[in-house]
Design a protein. Sequence first.
Length: 276
Amino acid sequence: MPRTARRRIVFLDIDGTILDHDGTIPPSTPDAIRRARANGHLVLLATGRTPYEVDVQVTDIGFDGIVAGAGAFVEYDGEWVIERLMPEASCRRLREEFDALGLDYVLQGREYFYATAGMQRHLRRQLGVSDGEGVSDRGLGRYLGEIPPLRHDRTAKAVFSGDDLGAYDAVQRAVGAEFTVITGTIPGMGTASGEVSMPAVTKGSAIRELVDRIGMDLADAIAIGDNNNDLEMLELAGVGIAMGNGTLQAKEAADEVTAPIDEDGLAKAFARHGLL
């Protein structure tokens, strides 16, 4: 390994870290990831997205595994080693609260999703596609295809959106004592949207379990992210790095801040820590 003989395990958020909000990936990013892996370091995704939401252009870069669903699922070396689903009663209660508040939502599992009609319309606007227009069956476009029947036993995480900036506060008041509720997950929505998971299901808790499972140390972990569902992993890793385009909370949780995504922030962080 050049520059350092210390093997690191690196966890990378996707949106705002690898994938810019216009759907592009800076050319320096795949190069840095592939060079780090060639040098013997482990590089994994750590995303709020569930596995079937991850764009092919991201997975084609090549990774050693993925922490998905904000910590609900972990795949390592080709095997799913962690799965944390909501109890059926909890999912049913959460959905009923969303309905009572008049919110749109997606219920997400590893191989399951259920999107309300309103959420599908929002995603069409976000993806820039009109009704009836074909979309990819990967990434967020998956939600615009045939919606499976509603179930309460396959969900790990829910994403919600409302018509005003009070949606987050309303959900926090309704279910915050029973669930973890964070905001800022849908670009441009702010506190009109958010996501809900079971307590203790975070990227950080999943990373802790995986690192222990494979016999490494958290001091050897580097985490890079930009948003509020990255806070636990930024605090937990030996080195937590916030993107320059990240939220204030992400920057406060991190040990350091790199350049924004459109200024090669990920590649600069890899170089600074001797991964290249």
